[in-house]
Design a protein around this ligand. Structure first.
Ligand code: SF4
Length: 230
């Protein structure tokens, strides 16, 4: 399940020093993805699996220093029950809060984690407008269901939008807005060209586009806090 671990991070868990765990495998293919070694089987098969017990020991050693654990990927929810069992150990045995990063494709699992009160924070990606999810291998019906579950806990959820121009146009943003009405935290993330899944050069947005987008969101979602990660 796990192919990567960072003992300490100051930036991955809002307000907390955290350990970061990287699961492998993903059911989406976002062209701007930079976690190639966790997404493509021919890449992650080259990496050693890290046993869950080893990770728990490493987290335990840092227990007086870290306050939380971020589980990211890849797409962690692909691991189903095994992920739930692992999070239970982190939460009950080590007493650490858990933040989970997801593409939203497994609403049933998110529902269970919330019902079991195992999640302190959920970072949920909103990749593009609903009608374009198939372009990245996703099924928006499932993602929409995750949104419905997540909006019952707005204080525990951040929606993340990566401004990759071919997937997040002016029209895409306008089509995404109705799904965001009940969320409190929305993060704008800049697309950074580099070693990504699809290595094609795309023209980047100017600062004016981000200003336009922020103004649009502020106007249409007056209760939301927009965080810019640029
Ligand atoms: S969902 Fe995340 S890990 Fe999967 S391809 Fe997209 S950016 Fe990469």
């Amino acid at each position: 399940m796990i192919k990567g671990f960072r003992g300490t991070s100051l930036i991955d868990y809002p307000g907390k020093i955290a350990g970061v765990i990287y699961t492998y495998g993903c059911n989406f293919r976002c062209p701007y993805c930079y976690n190639i070694e966790l997404v493509l089987p021919e890449e992650y098969n080259k990496l050693e699996d890290i046993p869950e017990e080893f990770i728990l020991q490493e987290l335990s050693r840092r227990k007086n220093f870290i306050k939380g654990v971020v589980i990211t990927g890849g797409e962690p929810t692909l691991w189903g029950k095994r992920l739930i069992n692992f999070i239970e150990k982190i939460y009950y045995e080590l007493g650490l809060s858990v933040k989970l990063d997801t593409n939203g494709s497994n609403p049933d699992l998110i529902k269970v984690l919330f019902e079991m009160e195992l999640l302190d924070f959920l970072a949920l990606d909103f990749k593009t407008s609903p009608q374009r999810y198939s372009e990245i291998g996703g099924d928006f019906k499932k993602v929409a269901k995750t949104f419905e579950i997540a909006e019952s806990k707005p204080e525990k959820v951040e929606i993340r939008i990566t401004f990759y121009p071919p997937l997040v146009s002016q029209k895409d943003l306008e089509d995404m807005l109705p799904y965001l009405r009940n969320f409190k935290f929305i993060a704008f993330q800049k697309y950074v060209p580099g070693k990504t899944l699809e290595r094609k050069e795309v023209p980047l947005y100017s600062q004016d586009f981000y200003i336009w987008a922020k103004n649009l969101f502020k106007e249409k979602l007056p209760h939301a806090e927009i965080v810019e990660r640029f």
